[in-house]
Design a protein around this ligand. Structure first.
Ligand code: AHM
Ligand code: MG
Length: 336
């Protein structure tokens, strides 16, 4: 169709969030401002990641540049960009980043009511071979606007107001939920804008893919081992599942969200709490999964019910299509 050749009515992420906001007349636009700063961080990291392969030539990411100066590693650089963008938004009070040991308490003159937990560049071990990596974030609102305390971020994931990730892949895709469904936006590099490309994402009820680091199998617990065995040798007449594992959480979860199936990073004998971090990996991804109609489980409980005690705490995680996670839950329940 002629009319389809060029879309002339572009739903940018800013327009989308402002639309959402207009449904809440009491809102003063703080969230839109915060989000625009997160979006800026994502655009910056996207540009930096796209140039990563040129590092030796132009001096990026831990290489020495033409002036002979040591350059910052891409994950360190990304963290600095996000911290500065978030603080300068004037809408944040506590920041927790995978890259910083301690939580950052924003100075009083720049404070706002939001707490942001984030992993600025997850999967960064994949940078050098060009595999997709991403930024993950979750947003809480503080209880008492007057003072910011660490307890404000040590809340269960179900208290998050919003969560999302940006994947730096064959295209740059930002997936966001503000608590009423999940929407995906793709960066149009010529416009420098994220455009709504995946409205109202729903994960298939059951999937054909499982995604796990099977190299850890010898250390798995019973239910995890049984589940993966069933994926390969189903006993109920259903077809065997395909295995896909990128080893980059954002990319593995993104595929799971779009195609269905399960992504798991279970506990094992060596790491009884798994590998992934509760606040800025497990919670945001679990929030998105539930908002898309899927589920997320820790092996003990609904992931979003978990109450973290420390900011860098880890948890096992099983997330994805509703029916597939239901199967995992049944295997754990049978163990008890
Ligand atoms: P990182 O935060 O050090 O990048 O580690 C997190 C990454 C995730 O993106 C991915 O799901 C996981 O580590 C893969 O771990 P493994 O290599 O043990 O399979
Ligand atoms: Mg990480």
């Amino acid at each position: 169709h002629e009319a389809d050749a060029f879309r002339t009515d572009l739903m940018t992420i800013t327009r989308f969030v402002l639309n959402e906001q207009s449904k809440h007349p009491e809102s003063r636009g703080d969230f839109s401002i915060l989000l625009s700063h997160i979006v800026l961080g994502c655009k910056f990291v996207c540009a930096a990641v796209n140039k990563a392969g040129l590092a030796k030539l132009i001096g990026l990411a831990g290489e020495t540049n033409v002036q002979g100066e040591e350059q910052k590693k891409l994950d360190v650089l990304s963290n600095e960009v996000f911290v500065k963008a978030l603080v300068s938004s004037g809408r944040t009070c506590i920041l927790v980043s995978e890259e910083d040991e301690e939580a950052i308490i924003v100075e009083p003159s720049k404070r706002g009511k939001y707490c942001v937990v984030f992993d600025p560049l997850d999967g960064s071990s994949n940078i050098d071979c060009g595999v997709s990596i991403g930024t993950i974030f979750g947003i809480y609102m503080i209880k008492d606007a007057g003072e910011a305390r660490l307890e404000d971020v040590l809340q269960p994931g179900k208290n998050m107001l919003a969560a999302g990730y940006c994947m730096y892949g064959s295209s740059c895709t930002l997936v966001l939920s503000t608590g009423s469904g999940v929407n995906g936006f793709t960066l149009d590099p010529s416009l420098g804008e994220f455009i709504l490309t995946h409205p109202d994402i729903k994960i298939p009820k059951k999937g054909k893919i499982y995604s796990v680091n099977e190299g850890n199998a010898k250390n798995w617990d019973g239910p995890t081992a049984k589940f993966v065995e069933k994926c390969k040798f189903p006993t109920d007449g259903s077809p065997a599942k395909s295995l896909r594992y990128i080893g980059s959480m954002v990319a593995d979860v993104h595929r799971t969200l779009l195609y269905g199936g399960v992504f798991l990073y279970p506990a094992d004998k060596k790491s009884p709490n798994g590998k992934l971090r509760v606040l800025y990996e497990v919670f945001p991804m679990s929030f998105l999964m539930e908002q898309a109609g899927g589920q997320s489980f820790t092996g003990k409980e609904r992931a979003l019910d978990l109450v973290p005690k420390k900011i860098h705490e880890r948890s096992p995680i099983f997330l994805g299509s509703y029916d597939d996670v239901e199967e995992i839950k049944a295997l754990y329940a049978a163990e008890e």
